[in-house]
Design a protein. Sequence first.
Length: 185
Amino acid sequence: MSHHNDLLTLLATRSAKRGSFTLASGRQSSLYIDARVTTMSPEGLALIGPLGLEAIHAAGWDVDAVGGLTLGADPIACAVSYASATSAKPLRAFTVRKEPKTHGTGKLIEGAFQTGDRVAVIEDTITTGGSAKKAIDAVRAAGGTVVGVLALVDREEGGREALEADGVRVISLARAADIVPLIPG
């Protein structure tokens, strides 16, 4: 079985649930994907890091750093950064706070982000694209260039299209249509 298929199986068996749910976007859905159950597991991290790095390279993105809106993007960004450690160009990881700190430096972006960085914004699950858009705006405001968005899961509900309409390319490691048939029961 390929690593990609292993990831789809993990997402389907650990993260995906059927029922009636209100998503972060406020939308109602019969499918909930709690990607953190997969992204914060050893098996998930071991798959996501190399697959994410491979996807960034396959897209031809020349980036310095990866990161996105906390909390969903954090383990993915760290896994990709770790997977890049022995590559010709290791990628630094960062996180974007939902609100600036009210103490210390008051930064919105934490971690190894540097002004002038070319970045891939990371998203765990794209529905409307709202979380990715917040991260994109924060990176741009801090002097970074967003090369594209790497999503773990594209729910295929318009988020990709909304981001691409704003000129940001989106790639994903999995689509809802790939995961749903694998959900047990």
